[in-house]
Design a protein around this ligand. Structure first.
Ligand code: HEC
Ligand code: HEC
Length: 376
């Protein structure tokens, strides 16, 4: 009797086009879905930053992150652009600080999950979170310090100097060593910023343990969008793994013109990385750093021109606008981009994987429902 009721109820739901139920995912699809978790992931310590495991350094980094005295003119802190209440980005296409002029031609990325990134910055200018944290301190259009002026500021500001001593001990004599320690404390704090679990994570876990009832709580539209994402859409080729990025770079046909020229993306990023004294091969590198091998083996090749880092897709609802230049205002516009893709704009790598998806409105809506389910 009960079974009959259940069958009737299912029939009714199916006929009403109801939004609950569970698609019949194949074993292969389930394996692909499983690869996008678990969340939060187990975080392995970065040997490049010995401070990352020290609670006192994390606390000092948190203090530094919002302190405007770390900028030369005292007007900007990291949090001016990486706003904690906005998932550590700024909601603008490109950051505007002093008098509304663009401070960068690039969109401010969220810092959530940044400790998991292999390369940092849209062009991969850095190979560690601490090096990516030192750069804005020394960038003329961001915090605007030199190593000497930064160190002098910390030595002369009691709250900053005392904070250092409390967390890390006596101030080092070398200005550069002090600047590197500030960056490492900032990185130690940022490594604690992990995005929350989402409806997708609950679905993935329920599907894996065979709890069909719990899995069916995930909207059907999101399930269909997920099937498209890991299947026909080929999105997961690049947006792979628990953070929905393979950590590498690609050209998906977003124009790379900027006022007065072009943004070379990964091509310039690689040159900057290899020239930086703060990379994993430089004088500040840790001994036996297993991640140094990647930096040792990168090559600057022409194909990297116009490639940008594959962004993670968690928390998207909070991080509009999208793309390296913030040129797409909404997720609808992103889905339209992939649907209508201009193949002439892609170079060889993109072309191999991407093709215009020519989505029907219902498919676009499903893909959007899935993308939104990656946010809480
Ligand atoms: C003027 C706005 C601005 C300020 C101030 C700023 N940032 Fe950023 N941040 C950006 C932009 C824009 C990028 C992307 C840069 C690029 O791709 O070249 C970025 C990138 C980063 C990244 C790389 C993230 C990733 O996922 O690749 C880290 C880490 C970072 N910033 C940390 C900091 C810290 C720490 C401070 C303070 C010392 C700071 N930022 C100050 C705008 C800003
Ligand atoms: C060839 C690798 C590749 C494939 C395949 C791919 N993407 Fe992307 N995706 C990228 C790159 C690279 C960017 C950033 C491009 C830029 O800023 O110029 C991006 C950006 C995005 C963004 C914007 C994120 C942000 O924070 O700005 C979303 C959303 C997105 N992709 C979703 C998808 C979906 C959905 C699919 C499948 C239809 C897909 N991607 C397929 C590489 C890829």
């Amino acid at each position: 009797m009960h079974r009959l009721f259940a069958a009737l109820a299912l029939l009714w739901l199916a006929q009403a086009g109801a939004s609950v139920g569970l698609l019949d995912f194949t074993a292969d699809e389930k394996a692909r879905i499983a690869s996008h978790g678990p969340w939060p992931p187990v975080q392995t310590a970065d040997v490049a930053n010995a401070l990352a495991s020290q609670a006192a350094a994390v606390a000092y980094g948190r203090q530094l992150f919002t302190d405007r005295r770390l900028s030369a003119d005292g007007r900007a802190s990291c949090a001016s652009c990486h706003v904690p209440a906005l998932a550590f980005q700024d909601g603008q296409a490109v950051p505007r600080l002093r008098d509304g002029l663009p401070a960068s031609p690039r969109n401010t990325p969220s810092l959530l999950d940044s400790a998991q990134r292999r390369w940092l910055g849209w062009g991969g200018d850095h190979d560690s979170l601490w090096a990516a944290s030192l750069a804005p301190l020394l960038a003329a259009n961001e915090m605007g310090h030199s190593v000497a002026s930064l160190a002098a500021r910390v030595r002369a500001t009691p709250a900053l100097a005392r904070g250092y001593q409390r967390a890390l001990g006596p101030l080092p004599a070398s200005d550069e060593a002090l600047a590197v320690d500030l960056a490492k404390a900032l990185a130690a704090y940022q490594a604690t910023l992990v995005s929350p679990r989402t409806a997708f994570d609950d679905f993935r876990d329920a599907l894996l343990r065979g709890d069909t009832q719990a899995a069916a709580g995930y909207p059907l539209a999101a399930q269909r969008g997920l099937r498209l994402f890991i299947g026909e859409g080929r999105c997961s080729v690049c947006h792979a793994g628990p953070a929905f990025t393979n950590g590498e770079f690609a050209d998906i046909g977003v124009p790379f013109f900027v006022p007065g020229g072009v943004d070379p993306g990964r091509h310039a990023g690689l040159k900057a990385l290899l020239a930086s004294p703060y990379n994993r091969l430089g004088p500040f590198a840790a001994a036996d750093d297993p991640r140094a091998v990647a930096t040792r083996h990168v090559l600057v090749e022409h194909r990297h021109f116009g490639e940008f880092r594959v962004p993670g897709l968690r928390g998207l609802v909070q991080t509009s606008p999208y793309m390296h230049d913030g040129s797409l205002a909404t997720l609808d516009a992103v889905v339209r981009h992939y649907s209508e893709l201009n193949e002439d704009r892609l170079h060889a790598d993109g072309e191999r994987i991407l093709r215009p998806l020519k989505l029907q409105p219902a498919d676009s809506a499903d893909l959007l429902a899935f993308l939104r389910s990656l946010s809480r």
